[in-house]
Design a protein around this ligand. Structure first.
Ligand SMILES: [Zn+2]
Length: 371
């Protein structure tokens, strides 16, 4: 059975809760982790139309980016519009999960999706906040079972290097063991020294996924007692943090880049700061309200910062720093990533055999309109 907790665990594989900012509130906000789920709705935020859509499409779970329970909740009254939505969720048996600032750092999500819309294929983090170190995982597998174990490891997040999955090295050898009293050995018999043809299967796994990978590996392994080792690695880890910066394959004018973003983000208008004819090579992006990236982006040599929620004095600061800005609006800077999150969930659930329908909300709207 697929539960709210199953889906929460998949989201947290992608965007661990401890990646969220200290002021944030992420994770399961409403509902029972043990409740069964067949339909999930993914939306930027929980508005009345999104809630109606979840009810009409019979979803048992809504996954949002902006947490509805955010500031300390002092009362839960049905005469308060925001609290009323929580009432409706509970009455309808609909759970609610929020992935916010942890999702901004996750690979392929808000910042990476905005970077792709701007035309960046390669980029790095603007402000590093952490590093995901790797550990080496070595397991000894009887010959003929290596593919099953390798596959379980890959599905649990081990053996991913760049755009390659199932990265392992295997070398043959002889394993020995003597089954003692009370054992039920897969090979050999009690009281007799067994020599088995085994493979040493080695791979790497991010530290945060190591325990999950070990559990999956043990479940897929035929032996009663599985011999494995975890080694810390001194290799540099994967950097995570705020914003993205990279170079365009071909320089474009500020106006043309603004046009590209309008098309990619399906918005009617964007605001620009700076000379419209300025040629842009290095692009910084910050999904959501990213004005605090103006200084770091300028310091890293960006020509432009693409973000949302830029205020008047932020724009003046950017001009003084020689940084152009494209304000695509908070909504449009993040809405596209909900498609990325839905696609991730579909793929992850299907790979583990969960028959769950993951839908993107159609009722989401930018509260700002252009006239
Ligand atoms: Zn946001």
């Amino acid at each position: 059975m697929t539960t709210v907790g199953t889906i929460a665990a998949y989201i947290e594989e992608l965007a661990p809760l401890h990646w969220a900012e200290s002021w944030d509130n992420v994770g399961l906000q409403v509902g029972d982790p043990a409740a069964a789920v067949q339909r999930v709705l993914v939306a930027l935020e929980l508005t009345d139309p999104v809630l109606e859509e979840a009810e009409q499409r019979a979803c048992e779970l809504v996954v949002v980016h902006h947490p509805p329970i955010f500031r300390p909740l002092k009362a839960l009254r049905s005469d308060n519009r925001a609290a009323r939505r929580l009432f409706r969720l509970i009455r309808g048996g609909i759970a609610l999960y929020a992935a916010h600032t942890n999702l901004d750092q996750a690979p392929g999500m808000t910042n990476d999706t905005l970077a792709a819309a701007a035309g960046l294929t390669e980029h790095e983090v603007i402000k590093q906040v952490g590093e995901e170190r790797y550990v080496k995982l070595v397991v000894f597998v009887p010959q003929g079972h290596e593919d099953t174990v390798r596959d379980a490891l890959a599905r649990a997040g081990a053996g991913h290097i760049g755009n390659y999955s199932h990265c392992t090295f295997q070398s043959p050898g002889t394993g020995t063991f003597l089954p003692l009293e009370g054992t039920n050995p897969f090979l050999g018999q009690q009281g007799k020294l067994e020599k088995a043809d085994e493979l040493r299967l080695e791979t790497i796994v991010p530290e945060s996924a190591a325990q999950r990978a070990v559990r999956a590996m043990i479940a897929a392994h035929p032996y009663e007692e599985v011999a494995y080792d975890l080694y810390p690695l001194a290799n540099p880890g994967k950097v995570r943090g705020h914003g993205r910066i990279g170079r365009l394959a071909q320089p474009v004018s500020l106006t043309d880049l603004a046009g590209r973003l309008k098309g990619a983000l399906k918005t009617e208008a964007v605001r620009i700061v700076g000379d419209p004819a300025r040629m842009i090579t290095t692009v910084a992006v910050g999904a959501g309200a990213g004005a605090d990236l103006i200084r770091p982006a300028a310091a890293r040599g960006a020509d432009v910062l693409v973000t949302g929620d830029v205020k008047y004095h932020d724009a003046q600061d950017a001009l003084d720093l020689g940084l152009a800005v494209i304000d695509v609006g908070h909504y449009h800077s993040e809405a596209g990533a909900m498609g990325s999150l839905a696609a991730y969930l579909r793929e992850r659930l299907a790979a583990d055999g969960h028959a769950v329908e993951v839908m993107e909300a159609e009722a989401g709207r930018d509260p700002f309109q252009f006239v």
